[in-house]
Write a protein that binds this ligand. Sequence first.
Ligand SMILES: NC(=O)c1ccc[n+]([C@@H]2O[C@H](COP(=O)([O-])OP(=O)(O)OC[C@H]3O[C@@H](n4cnc5c(N)ncnc54)[C@H](O)[C@@H]3O)[C@@H](O)[C@H]2O)c1
Length: 249
Amino acid sequence: MSNQVALITGGATGIGKATALKLVSQGISVVISGRRQEVGVAAVAEIAAAAQNGAQVRFVQNDVSDEAAVKTMIDGIVAEFGRLDMAVNNAGVFNEYCALDQSGTQNFRDMLDINVVGLYFCMKYEIAQMRKQGQGAIVNLASIAGLNGIPWGGTYAATKHAVVGLTKSSALDHAAEGIRINGVAPGAIRTDIIADQLNNNLAELQAMHPMQRVGNPQEIANAIAWLLSAESSFVTGHILNVDGGFQAK
Ligand SMILES: NC(=O)c1ccc[n+]([C@@H]2O[C@H](COP(=O)([O-])OP(=O)(O)OC[C@H]3O[C@@H](n4cnc5c(N)ncnc54)[C@H](O)[C@@H]3O)[C@@H](O)[C@H]2O)c1
């Protein structure tokens, strides 16, 4: 996998950072994006320390909901590295945890803008570059909330169901062009995005999973790395459950 380059949106924390650490340990260069410069710079130092075989690490300050900025970011990666082999569309928010009638319209619009439209912008320009190369692999972050209803999270679940639809449909569009597009559907994972729920409802979150625990970011990173690798060369349009058995119930 050496000399390959991967983009990971929202890659300075949580699942994205764990994925960056995994990929650079395999000698793959990574570009992580995110909105907060200082968080990104700190993550680059940590990820660079794990790099093998000359893998490079870059941070690009970027908001995925800004289409022009996403295009500029991907053009910049191609200008520096000459290609884009892999992309992990991971940036996401879960900004409201309540019943639908209590939810705020602007919160829902904000989540749609980032989790769905932002992911769409990324896919659009990633795929355009990968078609030029005749090769590429994309992994989108769905969720158990992209495959099921979840209590108190209907608006978030709506955005993740949309991610599943974009993943499967675009996988069909580009299956014959050497581009594989898959998703992962994590259960509850110990990261910032569900910090309040981990603090307030940990026992409930653990009991939700047949394994009676929440997952850790590395367990999702392992699945993403496999879907990006040639080991999964005949897999496309698949949503891989990494959820401690949640989906088997
Ligand atoms: N943690 C879980 O339980 C869980 C479960 C299922 C799916 N997911 C999904 O995994 C992905 C990663 O989340 P995480 O768990 O690592 O949490 P996280 O909060 O650590 O990571 C999300 C990252 O996205 C970034 N981000 C948010 N909005 C952005 C924007 N507009 N532009 C660029 N970056 C932006 C955040 O700053 C953060 O770095 C998300 O898509 C999330 O929905 C998480």
